[in-house]
Design a protein. Structure first.
Length: 311
């Protein structure tokens, strides 16, 4: 088989003969340098979109390229199921007992047949135990579950930290960051807020801006307090109490407080901070594949988390 172990070349499979429908020995090596901005995978249900995406992530990982992957369906956790020795015992904990029964086998027998199936299938595509081991050694793979402790929790609401200096110095980027943060918070409250017309959005954005301009971050408790008692008197040219009366601000603060007090909500404030450097590399400098599993979240929670992550 043609050599595909080349830095920057992602091995994606083999070309198919259009006439026979059979795969050829012509390998598809994708130049990773082409992935400089955005890419999209389009296909029908069952066409292999997820498989191709997983393959791209694995190839990036082998080249020690860090990855942050948002996983809305819970598919990407399979990246952790890499077994270099391909032993039946490796597969046994993951065997579908019902499938084993239907096949007329007990779990160990079924695990043995699965191990053999995968061993032969991987070998057909040039995936050797040594290459599987190389993948495992190249990166640290973690599954984060925002708002849940099913995987590694990640702290999204621990603090709304002051943006870095380069972002603060760019008025357009800073405004975008400020607006998206305010939108994300309100989305969690199921408030569809327009940045130009929603007084909730304008108030929250002004509260964040006031704190950040002073070099101070805000945690959720601080935000609740600042909504009730802003550290400024005017929004635009209007008095705060005219623009957003104290009674109404209290009602908004109560909605946030009720969210904070809800059972299980503390999971949003536990775990590793939402820090890009820490998600891309370990403390020792090892590249990471950080999988953000959001299948368990509702639409509003997904929108909130993705907004905060992209910020």
């Amino acid at each position: 088989m043609q050599d595909f172990e080349k830095l920057g070349a992602f091995y994606l499979g083999k070309r198919v003969d259009a006439d026979t429908g059979e795969s050829t020995d012509d390998l598809i090596l994708y130049d990773s340098g082409d992935l400089t901005t955005h890419a999209v995978i389009i296909g029908m249900t069952g066409s292999g979109k997820t498989g191709l995406g997983v393959g791209l992530i694995e190839e990036a990982a082998i080249d020690r390229v860090p990855v942050i992957a948002i996983d809305p369906k819970g598919d990407l956790g399979n990246l952790m199921l890499t077994f270099p020795k391909l032993r039946p015992a490796d597969f046994e904990p993951w065997v579908d007992r019902q499938a084993a029964t239907q096949a007329g086998k007990d779990v160990p027998e079924f695990a043995k047949s699965m191990a053999e199936l995968w061993k032969n299938g991987l070998a057909k595509w040039g995936q050797t135990p040594a290459r599987i081991e190389k993948l495992r050694d190249a990166v640290d793979i973690s599954i984060f579950t925002p708002g849940s402790t099913a995987g590694q929790p990640i702290s999204v609401l621990g603090e709304f930290s002051v943006p870095n200096a380069s972002l603060m110095d760019d008025p357009d980027l800073y405004r975008e960051h400020l607006q998206s943060t305010a939108s994300g918070i309100l989305t969690l409250l199921h408030i569809d807020a327009d940045p130009l017309t929603s007084r909730e959005h304008i108030l929250v954005a002004n509260v964040l801006d006031h704190a950040w301009q002073k070099g101070a971050g805000l945690d959720l408790a601080g935000l609740i307090g600042a909504i009730q008692s802003p550290g400024f008197d005017k929004i635009g040219i209007m008095d705060v109490d005219t623009f957003y009366p104290a009674k109404d601000r209290f009602a908004l603060a109560m909605r946030l407080n009720n969210l904070l007090a809800a059972p299980g909500f503390d999971a949003w404030m536990r775990g590793q901070s939402l820090d890009m450097d820490a998600l891309l590399y370990t403390d020792t400098g090892k590249p990471r594949v950080s999988i953000m599993s959001i299948a368990h979240l509702d639409d509003a929670e997904r929108m909130f988390f993705v907004t905060m992550l992209l910020n």
